[in-house]
Design a protein around this ligand. Structure first.
Ligand SMILES: Nc1nc2c(c(=O)[nH]1)N[C@H]1C(S)=C(S)[C@@H](COP(=O)(O)O)O[C@H]1N2
Ligand SMILES: [Mo]
Length: 201
């Protein structure tokens, strides 16, 4: 990848807490893999990304189309609900607001459901998604995102625990009533603010 300007957003914690490392977390330089199952196969020819629900225009994007959207590179922190945090991850991808604007989100949309190739789902309130730090990322530290970490495309949510970031993401649905995702149905927090230690609901 050619070198691109990197925006440092590691100071976003100032909005939520006093310390960069959220309470009850420890810092690691590893990047552990946490998946509920196997890494799904990616076929660039048949891959489609769907934007659906309360939008003016439902979108279906091919891999080529997705990759031609405007992208950014950000330095972000990554907080896993199981207790580890990894600082200074460099992710490249499309911001959530960029994609939302293309679909035209309805005024009555209040919630978002992400879906993935391994049937994982996760949900977040719309206002938690409408931030430039929420990325659909295909790049990590200047390389294509590793399949184990969600390649070809994953969501990252540096202001939320990492289970909010669907790996192998292939769809986003705008909802007018909240629904629950995979871990949220199993007792994990909907809000998932690491500085409030919103781990469980
Ligand atoms: N599609 C999908 N996305 C997922 C998961 C998963 O099992 N499937 N696990 C989540 C959890 S619990 C965490 S902590 C992060 C882990 O990301 P990593 O494996 O890149 O560390 O991905 C999240 N996104
Ligand atoms: Mo997790």
């Amino acid at each position: 990848m050619p070198s691109v300007p990197v925006t440092d957003v590691t100071d976003l914690y100032e909005e939520f807490g006093d310390e960069r490392l959220p309470p009850g977390q420890h810092e690691t330089s590893d990047f552990p893999v946490l998946s509920k199952g196997n890494t799904p196969q990616f076929d660039p020819d048949s891959w489609t990304f769907r934007v659906s629900g309360a939008v003016d225009e439902e979108l279906e994007l091919s891999w080529e189309e997705f990759r031609s959207l405007p992208s950014v590179t950000q330095r972000q922190d990554f907080h896993c609900v199981t207790g580890w945090s990894r600082f200074d991850c460099e992710f490249t991808g499309v911001t959530f607001p960029e994609l939302a604007e293309r679909a035209g989100v309805h005024d009555d949309a209040c919630h978002v459901m992400f879906s993935a190739l391994d049937d994982y789902t996760t949900d977040l309130p719309l206002d938690a998604c409408m931030r430039d730090e929420v990325l659909f990322a295909w790049g990590f530290d200047g390389q294509d995102l590793d399949p184990e970490h969600g390649g070809p495309l994953r969501v990252v949510t540096p202001h939320r625990y990492a289970y909010k970031g669907a790996k192998w993401v292939c769809g986003v649905e705008f909802l007018t009533e909240p629904e629950r995702g995979f871990w949220e149905k199993r007792g994990y927090s909907v809000t998932a603010d690491p500085w409030a230690e919103d781990r469980y609901s």
